[in-house]
Write a protein that binds this ligand. Sequence first.
Ligand code: NAP
Length: 301
Amino acid sequence: MSIDAQRPHFGRVALVGTGLIGSSLARVLRRDKMADSIIACARTDATRAKVLELGLADEVTADPAEAADGADLLVLCTPLGAYADIMTAAGPQLAPGAIVSDVGSAKMCVIRDVTPFLKPGVHFVPAHPVAGTEHSGPEAGFAELFQGRWCILTPPPGTDPTALEAVTAMWRKAGSKVEVMEARHHDLVLAVTSHLPHLIAYNIVGTAADLEAVTESEVIKYSAGGFRDFTRIAASDPVMWRDIFLANREAVLEMLGRFNEDLSRLQRAIRWGDGETLRELFTRTRRIRREVLDAGQDKKS
Ligand code: NAP
């Protein structure tokens, strides 16, 4: 493994999970020649066959232990709920000096589920590339996914600085801007910027689907009125999002509490004809949209 910040290089990389994120990372590792070899681990025959067909890995396996054997870098890219079982199998196979990382959307739970399986000398650098689409599977990935996006690293106290540098260099090479953050803070920030918006989208699409006075065909026909944008988010992978809400329960509940209070305030403003409260909020939110655009965070990946 060499940690030249410009040209990071790993010997054998194991990607456990090769869906949207894992396969995008495989494409980056290939494109930038960051690995001598890649072994991909997936549950189903279909995914493993597709990975080989797309040339995303040199080898495939269904067994996380086999993937971990001899790996210099192992990256967990499955839904969060699978981490503990994967590490039960993979942990004992990792040699001292190996690095474990991941791409999971919540971080406290990752530290909880992975740390018990790390042998002495195995380094751990949790990571979250804040990039994605509503599509899943190895065919959905593309190497430019991480370009211009943030990747948040949440190294626990005492993390080996060289391992941290290696993972940082890999994500920078992928085109990401890297930020280091405490895991608890990450979970709070992502609860409001990602998890709550997804919950709202799932809920509003569900509410519309359940309405008896409005037919489903009308919901679809007139969706350009705003509903359409929620349906894109609400099409995100059900298992992945189930796991995120269960994993980041505390932070999501905290943000949901605040959201409900603010929603009640809007409800009251509408009830009492308080247009000034509505206009003031909508003006503020429009400014935030402008800031998102100015920060380059609404370019299509
Ligand atoms: P995905 O496209 O659905 O792919 C999931 C992969 O994990 C597949 O290769 C699947 O293999 C494998 N897998 C699923 N359950 C497993 C299990 N129980 N044991 C072993 N392997 C299993 O998912 P993704 O969108 O890449 O998300 C992966 C991770 O990235 C999640 O932790 C998520 O929080 C994080 N993330 C996602 C996004 C996003 O927008 N999608 C953004 C940032 C971070 P099979 O196909 O063989 O079942």
